[in-house]
Write a protein that binds this ligand. Sequence first.
Ligand code: MGD
Ligand code: MGD
Ligand code: MO
Length: 809
Amino acid sequence: MERRSFLKMSAALSCAATVSGCNSSSKDVEVVPPTPPVAGENLNWSACLVNCGSNCPVQVYSTDGVITRVESEFTTTDKYGDHDVRACLRGRSLRKRVYAPDRLKYPMKRVGPRGSGQFERISWDEALDLVAEKLQGTIDQYGNESIHFTYNSGARYHFSGKQCLYRLMNLKGGYLNAYGDYSWSQIYEAAGQTYGSAGPGWQGSSVSEMQNSDLVLMVGYNPSEIRMSGSGEAYDFLMQKQKNKFKTILIDPRYTDSAVGKEDQWIAIRPGTDAALFEALAYEWITTNTVDQAFLDKYCVGYDEKTMPAGVGYEESYKAYILDNATVGDSTPGVNAKTPEWAAAITGIEAHIIVELARELAAARAPFIQIAASLNRQAAGENNTRAGYMLPILLGQLGLPGTNCGGLCKGSFLHAPFMPTGANPVKKAISFFTFTQAIEDGKNMTVLSDGVQGVDTDEEGDGKLGTDIKAIINYGGNALINQHSDVRKTEKLLQDESKCEFILVVDNWMTPSAKFADVLLPDVTWLESEDLIYQSYAAGDTATLVQMSSGVDPMFESRPIYEVCVDLAKRMGVEAEFTEGKSRTDWLDQFYAESKAATPGLPDKEVMLKQGIYRKYLPDGGYIVLEDFRNDPEANPLGTPSGKIEIYSSRLADKARTWKLKEGDVISALPKYVPTWEGYEDTETKKKYPLQLTGYHTKGRAHSSYHNVPWLREVVQDAVWMNPLDANHRGLKTGDKVHIFNDRGTIEVEVKVTPRIMVGVTALGQGAWFKPGGDVDKGGCLNVLTTQRTTPVTKGNPQHTNLVEIRKV
Ligand SMILES: Nc1nc2c(c(=O)[nH]1)N[C@H]1C(S)=C(S)[C@@H](COP(=O)(O)OP(=O)(O)OC[C@H]3O[C@@H](n4cnc5c(=O)[nH]c(N)nc54)[C@H](O)[C@@H]3O)O[C@H]1N2
Ligand SMILES: Nc1nc2c(c(=O)[nH]1)N[C@H]1C(S)=C(S)[C@@H](COP(=O)(O)OP(=O)(O)OC[C@H]3O[C@@H](n4cnc5c(=O)[nH]c(N)nc54)[C@H](O)[C@@H]3O)O[C@H]1N2
Ligand SMILES: [Mo]
């Protein structure tokens, strides 16, 4: 039985992973729901609340409170636009996850050294007393700003989720804020500087707009793997492509699932070098007069002498930079012009391919350009992304049908409220990625060196954070250690109990982060929860609401975090404020009523409990990003200081002057290709560690989530991709065990030798669980190899920028 399901799951995965798509194959088949194999089975709806951008519904069958099977959704005729929202293999494996042997069963407190994983079972009363006492004690001794939440994206509940803990802490005086996130920090910055708000960066045109495009340029965009849900972007993309036959060009070091099996062009590029390619495209367009000069004059600041900010000369314009030419009117390129030949040597893309790409993009009627988030997770992530936004800007191809501003595709939404958190009285904030630095020496972190926000500043604009992090709350996240960079460094830091004095972890499983808890609380899982959720933030063109209900009782002694917070609020003297006098049912009813008011077609809750899902294809129609601005820039100015698209950013020019940067880091007023530490051009480090390594988001997991489902490990091997040339050179063949290492650590994984990755570059799915013990991490956690060094502007995560060496074990 188990084996059979596994084979079925394998089929489902390869199907979800290839470009033909699961849904399309069953389009004309009549949908016959399978007969429940067990008499008297109950059906409850639940959802996969992981952070892949799409929260798929699942049907949970149970008998006498025991889950018998988990099915994907199959309630429609499956005609595109009213199609099933099918979970990928991960969602379908949820029974295994709920019943995983490492499920946390009881509240526990640490007994061994921190991180050793030695715990002792305690009662809920004892655990709650301890947590309340530790949090209150930290507030009393060090102040609210010494308490911090580590990044947490693993459980997207609306009612009983992380918001409850934020709410509790806000009622108790707050906590140290974090700005940014592992996903898109550098994108927010790039879009904010260029387009005046973060929005266009993560809410570009909707996928549906591809129907009006003749050429979709996907720079690092890999929807078949990172947007796998059956309703979502990958499927929308496939449907649009099948119907409209636009050409797709993929630029990625890997030949990804989004390319395989189609007539696409794949252009392999060295990680972190995209900006050099973009500049060569700009060079081609400028020297062949194919830039949209009228657009640049009317809508933009900083392209050439006509639109420079007051006091800034032509020599600092984008055109002068690309041509390496400081004289207005003289169009002869200088020796440092950004020619295709120059870019070829950096990117690994032959010059004639760059020239051809420039021609194709310029000739396209409506190019739809997406610059994916992977480029922002590089050492010069802000500049990479801004440089990518230059493509639609130079061509004047944005705000029009079939185009995109370079941003990630905007998903559709229906409204469902989240538990209100209230406002945080603490205004101080650090970049999410610098929490380890704030444990080590938060006191001395500053505005100009470390991007600290919300502190008092002197006349130079500098100011100190003034506190260290002394307590951490880690709920539904594994970024305390596993998902954060330089695991070995974090490990040592957290082991030192004099630094961070208290760590609370709330999770469902004994994850690497859970092992570092002082108090460990068992949460219920999604399948044991009631909630009304929307489809998450990037699920494409079909908006859904899912009514989750629980067919199984909370397992062992696990408890929903809402109830835990009520009990903590009681102990900490804020119960009345926390509950507002409402019961759990009152909250859920209130949320449902708010959703129904926002979506009048939503049926009553009793109906939704049975039907599980409510969906609407493009509830607001399609979306063309920056359309209003394009139509009427005076009436709809952007949020930039000039109200225009800022190619030259005066705000960044200021930061470039005043901020204190590490050697090699660059902040620039113009978007620029920057050769970085541990990039392709870091020849010094490459003497020891010659291979570039990126950590892609694998279909086998969502980050570290689902790592503990053995079936998934079987179908998606955790192996480092390596080109045959690099492998031969090292005597490696597929399946060999290898050590990947650099100065930060060593991990052990298998190698997959494949021409699907370019020479000199290696790639490993991120998210495997760190397995401490000895010098080699046998868990294969990529973050043993990544650095805590930050990107220059947002102090974000350059987790795709790594140099390593690999050898056979
Ligand atoms: N090297 C490298 N590192 C990366 C990335 C990369 O590309 N490369 N990507 C980064 C990105 S973009 C992100 S968003 C982060 C993601 O980092 P995280 O937000 O830490 O995401 P997950 O690894 O999925 O961890 C989610 C946690 O939530 C727990 N969880 C699941 N369900 C529940 C529940 O019902 N209740 C509770 N209490 N807990 C639950 C899971 O067990 C798991 O421990 O990782 C970042 N790390
Ligand atoms: N299955 C699955 N889906 C997920 C997630 C997951 O963990 N698993 N995580 C979700 C989350 S939170 C996020 S933030 C997104 C992440 O979405 P992305 O950031 O887009 O995902 P990545 O896999 O990091 O990168 C996408 C592609 O970019 C390529 N790439 C890496 N470096 C470069 C580069 O310098 N230049 C170019 N051109 N390409 C490069 C990689 O090979 C990869 O194929 O995915 C979401 N979806
Ligand atoms: Mo992310």
